[in-house]
Structures are given as C-alpha cells and as structure tokens.
Design a protein around this ligand. Sequence first.
Ligand code: F0G
Length: 481
Amino acid sequence: MVEHAKLRCIDPDCGAECGIERTTPTCPTCAGLMDVVYDWARAHASMGFSGDPMIFQDRNRGFFGAADATGAERLDASGVWRFRELLPFYGSIDNVVSVGEGRTILQPAPVIAKQLGYHASKGGGIYLQYEGMNPSGSFKDNGMTGAFTHAKMIGATRAVCASTGNTSASLAMFAAISGVEAYVLIGEGKIAFGKLAQALEYGATTLQVKGDFDACLGHVREIGEQRPELGIYLMNSVNPFRLEGQKAIMFRVLEALGWEVPDWIVVPGGNLGNCSAFAKAFMELKELSMIDRIPRLAVINAQGARTLDKVYNELGARWNGGRYDKGIVRGEYERMDAAGERASTIASAIEINRPVNLPKALRALDVMDGVVRCVDDKTIMEYKALVGRHGFGCEPASGASVAGAHMLREEGVIGAGERVVCILTGHVLKDPDVVVQYHSGIDTKAGQELAPRGEPTGQKANRPIPVADDIDAIIAALGAG
Ligand code: F0G
C-alpha cells in the first residue's frame, strides 16, 4: 500500500509488525497498542523533503484560494497536512479527508503568565495553544483527519466511536462531509450539550448508553476489533492514525516559536491520546534532527478521574523500556471495580476510568521527562474562567492545563522564566451549562439557584444583573447615572 509506512506493536516483547492496510487498530498478535512507523529516509527521498521546516511555513498562506484549490494546495489549507512529510502514511493526496482543520495559533498570554507567577520576558511565560478554534471546536479534528484518511485508504464506509463528546462531534462532522455512516456511543447524561448538539446535527446515529464512557469504549472496541464482519471502523484514539494527526498540534507550536523547543507542554489527560501523540512527534523530530532537545511534559488529570496520577505517582508505574508493570495497572482497575469507584468530574471530557492509551502515556512521560498532577473541579472552573476573562474561552477540561501550570510553578517544578505551552483542547461553547452556572449561580438544567442571590459562585463570577425595562434603571445599572 504505502511502502515506507507500517504498523508496529509498542510492546518490545511482542514487536509484531503489519502493513497499514490493517482494518483494526490493535496488534494482531497481542491485541496491544500499535504505532505507525516510517522508513523516513525512503519516505523523504520519494517526497523530495530535505528536513527544512520552512517549507511548512511557506505553505501556510491562509485561506485565499482554498475553496477551489486542488491537489497539494488543498492540503496546504490544513494545519495538519501542510506538515504531510511528518505523517507520510496517506499514499496519495486524493486519499486525504480534510475540513481545513488545525488552523489554530499559539497565543502568548503575558497577563495570565504574570498571575500564575511567571516572568513573561525573554520568551518565557505562558502560551496557549488554542485548539478550540478547530472546525468542530476541539483538538479532535487534528486526529480525525488522520483516521478518516486511513479509513478512506482501506475503503471503510462506516465509522464508530465511544465519546465523552468531542470525539463524537468531530467524527460526525468528518463522516458527514465524506459520506461515511457515523455511529457514536455516549454515556447517558455524561455529555455536554454543545457536543451532543453537534453529533445530532451532523446526522450521526447516536446511542445514549446507560453506562459511562468506559462501558461505551468497551462496546465499540468489541465492534471495531473483534467483529470485523460488521465492517465498522473504530475512530477512538486507540486508532494510531488518530495520533498521527494529533502530532501536528506540536508541529504548529514549534512553528509558532520558530522551531525553538519550549520548556514545557502542559495538557489535560483523559484517554491519554494527546500526550502520547505529542511524545511521538518529538521523538520523531529528534530522530530527524529537526529539533535538538525534547520539552518536558505535564499531564493534568481531574481529581475525580485521576487514574494516571494514581498509577504514576502513588503506585510507581513506569514505562521501563516498554516492560511496564502491567500488574500495577490491572490491580488498580480491579480495585476501582471492587470499590465501585467511578470517575466523576465537572470536566466531563476527561471523566474516564481506564485510559486506553495509558501504556503510550507512560512512554510519553519517560521520553519527555514528564510529571503528572491532578486538580479538583473548583480549581478547574476558576482557571477556565481566568482563561475566558482574557478572551480565550475554553471548556473545563482545558482549564485543567492552566491550573496545572500554576500548581507546578508554585511547587517550583517549573521555573518562573520557563516557556510553558498549555493546550486549550476545547472551545468554551462546548459546555455552556457549566459556564452559565459558574457565573450566574443558577443550575441551568434544573432552573434552580445554586447559591442565594448576591453570593458569588466563583471568584470570577460575572453575574447577569436583573433590571427593569426602563431607561433610567438601565443607565443606573450601567453605573453611568
Ligand atoms: N480535553 C478535551 C476537551 C477532550 O474532549 C478530551 C478527550 C481531552 C481533553 C483528553 O484528551 O483523551 O487525548 O487525553 N475527549 C475524548 C472524547 C475522550 O471522547 O471526546 P486525551
């Protein structure tokens, strides 16, 4: 199919390899996670790529002419595919399924940096990688273009995912534009309305399962991995082609910094696909001598969904060259089940018990000298509001990364002058209920006041002011009377 790309099991004791025409995402021998791996010399020789990143920038000419662009120009309008030499599995340009995803920018945030205890000088401080600006409003579009491109290469016509919301929104969008049948499984009552609205609007067959995300993921994995006769392609981040696309988030960060490597990448952790993809991007760029060092990684869990934090910081699980202690992870899952402990957080996007990419995340923490932390819901909402107040609205899960950047600064793990990139994974409009609730003190779904009037519900609460339908009252309320 594509001679310079293949799939390889990440477990060194297995190491099974197969061609990328494989229709199921996991290892044919041990059912573990796989990587897409490349013969870079061969790929780049056939593409005429010298390793000079300036060609990516030259392609970034904006939207002019994108509507009627054909061939390579159409790919240049994508913030994923303009880096196509760094994910060369797609074979031919005609295979690429793109909606102009990934046209997102790194935003310097000096005011936020100051509030978090950083010196925003000499390139240091906080930078926000605003992935909420993707076509479906979250970072998922970066990965979905990769998976849909692979699906097209193998002729898949039906696609499925389990989702806390954003994956389903993105899948539904890509399916609708490419004529693929979309099926999404969501936990009943577990999904923010902005995301549910998208899946329904784009026409995905939406199953509201009486269970949580983990239950849904179990079901779709069975459909996608063990029931090939159904012919339904699995789009969750266990799919390595998703992660190939998500590498581009880091390519754009580097490009924005003139290919200077930042000191830290801070990212919320849910199913752990993003952090896994980021580490793969940096490993490959280093191998290609396109960067000289690898940044450090901070993965931030929600306190109510802290599996990685627990197994990494309390139980001591480490990558260990691929021979990580599977017993630690299994034991923790069994303990959680026996105790009836289920993930619960206001950041519904990352309300996950058993992150499917946990082994790849351990590898990421190893490669990027990483740390893991967790932050509680109240803290998540305060940092989300801080981001919003400075004009970069995000959803609760994204607020976790900024909260984590503050926590690590206070601990002294991150220095005041370091250059820190926080990933804002989803747009503020994804979950309007929690935002209005935070600011108004009213439970939008039940229509009830959470706090008595006059009592702020959060430190940055911006309460709407009730006022009579009267010009004098309005002017008085404006404080201008
Ligand atoms: N932030 C947002 C807004 C998300 O939607 C997700 C994951 C994450 C962070 C976590 O990223 O899984 O790569 O660690 N959402 C998935 C979904 C699970 O179904 O939409 P991760």
